[in-house]
Write a protein that binds this ligand. Structure first.
Ligand SMILES: Cc1cc2nc3c(=O)[nH]c(=O)nc-3n(C[C@H](O)[C@H](O)[C@H](O)COP(=O)(O)OP(=O)(O)OC[C@H]3O[C@@H](n4cnc5c(N)ncnc54)[C@H](O)[C@@H]3O)c2cc1C
Length: 452
């Protein structure tokens, strides 16, 4: 069903907060800032319901936000896949199944994670956000593309003041409209115009092939071994895909999201078939000795073949200012993919998009910032965001680098499949930041991996 977003505000209207992009990060930012008493304008260039290329796995981190914003009942009322474990497979065929820790959400019908097509998840997030924004005096527009992010001043001493754009995208004859705000939140994904504007003004890098990952996805029906509506999702580090990985994530009964991800810097080094993620995936599905049989009676969902990029939150070696990159300035903050926050090991970005969306509302107060959202305010936001996520993103970067080494992956998965303690460690690692920290302690590693 379409979402009715109501009346379009007049040209040159003024808001406390403008949010560019209505994915999970933008929907969360718009909803939380509205709940804080702000007059918000939420802008989305797509028209709902719209697809988003993704693995569709929604990790445990997102659940508190989904619940706080009142989206949980909607999710429970739609078809989804209940994830109870992750199966890791290595190049030599060893496999280990890691059970996800069960927490309080189990009682409510969702455990640590679930998977459902983004066309469904994003629809529910945007619908609820639109209700909250409008209840609090704000506006929502869809089908409107932000073309330009407005600023006053020059270079790093500028201030973002609002946006200009139009309905219908590039070729339409619709008139340009301008909206202004005290703070503009960039939530437009990996190529967000707000995050591009911020890095341009500071003359700092935006895209970085060593930290951006290419991803390719298809939906398949009837894949052998993944038939029900509850069970495992699978991540395979197979020879032909390394240094990338191949995933099989069921999203509801009978439908599986199948895809491949690889760092763009690694992809550039590949030759022949391995240059194209689509071609590698075709080969794995049709010819790989372990997977082709599982696709024997499966059917591709036509039109589902799409690629996209994942901006990782891995720490940059020589970041010119903030980690993972500059993501805020006077008059602006960014969230989710626009702030480059995707986990570099698991590829998860929805949880961090929701978390950063909420964090903007803790850093912006329309009373306190009546004179403007300053450069110092922006720096506090960036420091806080990295304090919150930097530890786990750095750990995930280490894991990502390890998985590039075939022998190491083979050895680790083989060991884990035989030693229960490693499975428990991996399961806790997914749930607990403390366990993630201890993972890098030499004694912990020696004890768990080397001792019999
Ligand atoms: C192949 C692949 C697999 C992935 N798998 C997973 C997974 O299994 N689990 C997980 O948690 N994450 C996964 N991710 C990452 C996840 O998709 C993102 O981290 C997440 O979508 C980030 O949400 P966001 O709201 O920041 O951005 P997005 O979801 O990208 O939303 C941005 C929105 O902004 C809109 N927009 C863009 N430009 C403009 C403009 N100029 N004007 C107006 N609107 C604009 C877009 O239309 C879009 O709706 C995957 C990503 C890829 C590519």
């Amino acid at each position: 069903m379409p979402i009715d977003t109501g009346e379009v505000p007049p040209d040159k209207s003024d808001f406390d907060v403008i949010v560019v992009g209505g994915g999970p990060g933008g929907s969360a930012a718009a909803a939380y800032n509205s709940l804080n008493g702000c007059k918000v304008l939420l802008i989305e260039k797509g028209v709902w319901p719209r697809d988003k290329v993704c693995g569709d796995a929604v990790g445990g981190k997102s659940l508190s936000h989904v619940e706080e914003l009142g989206v949980l009942p909607m999710i429970q009322a739609t078809p989804y896949y209940q994830v109870d474990s992750i199966l890791f497979g290595s190049a030599n065929g060893s496999e280990v199944r890691v059970m996800l820790p069960k927490d309080s959400y189990e009682e409510k019908g969702l455990m640590s994670g679930y998977a459902l097509p983004r066309v469904q998840f994003d629809y529910m997030m945007f619908k609820r956000a639109s209700e909250i924004v409008k209840e609090n005096g704000g506006s929502v527009i869809q089908g409107f593309t932000v073309k330009e992010v407005l600023s006053k001043g020059s270079g790093p001493s500028s201030r973002i003041t609002g946006v200009t754009g139009k309905f219908g995208g590039g070729r339409s004859d619709n008139p340009m409209m301008t909206f202004s705000s005290t703070v503009t939140i960039g939530a437009g994904g990996y190529n967000c115009p707000v995050s591009r504007k911020i890095t341009e003004l500071y003359d700092e890098p935006h895209k970085d092939d060593h930290h951006f990952c290419g991803g390719y996805r298809e939906y398949w029906e009837n894949v052998d071994g993944l038939e029900g509506s509850e069970g495992q999702i699978e991540i395979h580090f197979i020879d032909e895909v390394l240094p990338g990985y191949f995933w099989l994530f069921p999203v509801k009964e009978g439908v599986v999201n199948v895809g491949i991800g690889m760092l763009i810097s690694e992809q550039r080094k590949q030759k022949g078939m391995k240059k194209s993620l689509k071609k590698i995936q075709k080969w794995v599905i049709e010819e790989h000795p372990r997977f082709s049989g599982r696709f024997k009676d499966a059917k591709l969902v036509e039109g589902s073949e799409k690629g996209w990029q994942l901006p990782f939150g891995s720490p940059r070696k020589e970041a010119p200012s903030f980690q993972p990159r500059r993501g805020a300035m006077a008059g602006a903050m960014t969230v989710g993919d626009a702030a480059s926050l995707v986990d570099p090991f698991s590829g998860e970005g929805i949880g961090n998009a929701l978390l950063s969306g909420k964090l903007t509302s803790l850093h912006f107060d329309k009373g306190r910032h009546s004179e403007g959202f300053t450069q110092e305010d922006a720096e506090r936001y960036m420091v806080d965001l990295w304090n919150e996520l930097g530890g786990e993103l750095s750990n995930s970067k280490k894991l990502q680098s390890m998985m590039k080494w075939k022998r190491l992956t083979n050895w680790f998965v083989n060991k884990a499949s035989k030693k229960e303690e490693i499975g428990t460690m991996m399961s806790e690692m997914i749930a607990s930041k403390e366990t993630q920290k201890s993972l890098w302690s030499p004694w912990f590693l020696f004890k768990t991996l080397v001792l019999p």
